[in-house]
Design a protein around this ligand. Structure first.
Ligand code: ADP
Length: 188
């Protein structure tokens, strides 16, 4: 199963991805996690990405497409994967289509987790408190920036994948287990 989870920051993509990883025994490919790991390790990629991620902007399409393409070639992706945080722009979605074509693969579904922006702000502020400020981009100002970037650059993917017949939408405001059930019902 090859899935994309789409949704604004704080919608619960990461939470749902981790549950689906266990249900389907396929890995979660989170560009956010990969970038944060590169930043923590101070790799050349991490050094380049840090300022961009910290201010809530998007890292270049070529960089994230490259890390995702390499990651998909690893053995644990043989039976599928859950993309979380990629694609985030139309250019990344087109790049994903091409990389899957080259690998002889295709997406099974794109799941949009819908959420209301006001709730997202309080969820992310809570996450910041609970994690003791582990994420430099989880403060209100940067979050508002990330929500704007989502609206401008990522939301157009809803139309893009609807046109391809791949989009399934679920209500991300429901309790976690209900969201999971809705996702499973949509993709199975
Ligand atoms: P969110 O909680 O907003 O879903 P993520 O953990 O997915 O956040 O990503 C955090 C940050 O990492 C983004 O704000 C962005 O700077 C960078 N990033 C993650 N994925 C991508 C991507 N596909 N393209 C460009 N930048 C990305």
């Amino acid at each position: 199963m090859r899935l994309v989870l789409l949704g604004p920051p704080g919608a619960g993509k990461g939470t749902q991805a981790k549950i689906l990883v266990d249900s389907y025994s396929i890995p979660q490919l989170s560009t956010g996690d990969m970038l944060r790991a590169a930043i923590a390790d101070k790799t050349p990629l991490g050094l380049e990405a840090k300022a961009i991620v910290d201010r809530g902007d998007l890292v270049s399409d070529d960089i994230v497409s490259g890390i995702i393409s390499d990651r998909m070639d690893q053995a644990d992706c043989a039976n599928g994967f859950i993309l979380d945080g990629f694609p985030r722009t139309i250019a990344q979605a087109e790049s994903l289509t091409h990389m899957l074509d080259r690998k002889g693969l295709h997406l099974d579904a794109v799941v949009e987790i819908k959420a209301d922006p006001d709730t997202l702000v309080s969820r992310v502020i809570n996450r910041a408190k609970e994690s003791g400020g582990a994420r430099a981009d989880d403060n209100e100002e940067v979050l508002r920036k990330r929500l704007d970037v989502y609206k401008e650059q990522t939301a157009p993917l809803v139309t893009f994948y609807t046109e391809q017949g791949l989009l399934k939408s679920v209500d991300g405001m429901a309790p976690i287990d209900e969201v999971t059930a809705a996702i499973k019902a949509a993709i199975e």
